[in-house]
Design a protein around this ligand. Structure first.
Ligand SMILES: N[C@@H](CCC(=O)N[C@@H](CS)C(=O)NCC(=O)O)C(=O)O
Length: 210
């Protein structure tokens, strides 16, 4: 099994963090986004969507889409469950992971991709080029601000995003915060005390370096 990934790609980091949390030994194959290797014929033969990450199984089949790869690895290697164990836990964890993705991660991604000079004509990743819409950047900022305040409200009553233990929802939320800080100049607000407490704790985990 091998994971096609890019070191600076936040979607790849979500999967790398889950791999690290579970202690799995999966080969990493780097795809160079700076030279647009993801658009090469060789890489499109692996993932026709021309994005990373993509997990290539030993039989040659390929699983793409970061949250789906995460779910697959969690099901296939269930010793350290990161999506819960009971049907209720699985549903609640999947709900919070999806909310972190839709309300946080996707908002940062939209802002970055519609603002970055190097992504002109590439406002949406994948095989089709899309022009940037600069007006979306300000709305993305509003969405990220709301993500922080909603996350702060949530973390006032629980230790981790999906409840009382670390899960895949924390991975997506942590990657979102680091992405917003690094690429969108939107770090955790000073007054978001619950997010700050959570962020310090989850950033100290070994997997955060993945
Ligand atoms: N929906 C995909 C999105 C993957 C994606 O957009 N990956 C980015 C890196 S984080 C990428 O490959 N970008 C290449 C490009 O912009 O052409 C997923 O969940 O994996």
């Amino acid at each position: 099994m091998k994971l096609h990934h890019a070191s600076g790609s936040p979607n790849s980091r979500r999967v790398r963090m889950l791999i690290a949390e579970k202690g799995l030994d999966i080969a990493l194959v780097a795809v160079d986004l700076s030279t647009r290797e993801q658009l090469s014929d060789a890489y499109r033969a692996i993932n026709p969507r021309a994005v990373v990450p993509a997990l290539e199984l030993d039989d040659g089949s390929v699983i793409a889409e970061a949250p789906v790869i995460m779910r697959y690895l969690d099901d296939a290697y269930s010793d350290v469950p990161l999506f819960g164990t009971t049907p209720e836990e699985k549903a609640v964890t999947a709900m919070w992971e999806r909310r972190a993705e839709l309300e946080g991660f996707a908002a940062v991604m939209q802002g970055v991709r519609n603002a970055a000079a190097g992504l002109k004509g590439r406002a949406i990743s994948g095989p089709h080029g899309y022009e940037q819409i600069p007006d979306l950047v300000e709305r993305s900022r509003q969405r990220v601000a709301n993500f922080y305040s909603d996350l702060d409200a949530r973390l006032k009553s629980v230790d981790f995003v999906a409840g009382d233990r670390f899960s895949a929802a924390d991975i997506t939320a942590l990657v979102t915060v680091d992405f917003a800080t690094r690429a969108f100049n939107m770090p955790v607000p000073e007054d978001a005390n619950a997010v700050r407490r959570w962020y310090t704790a989850v950033s100290a985990r070994g997997s955060a370096g993945a």
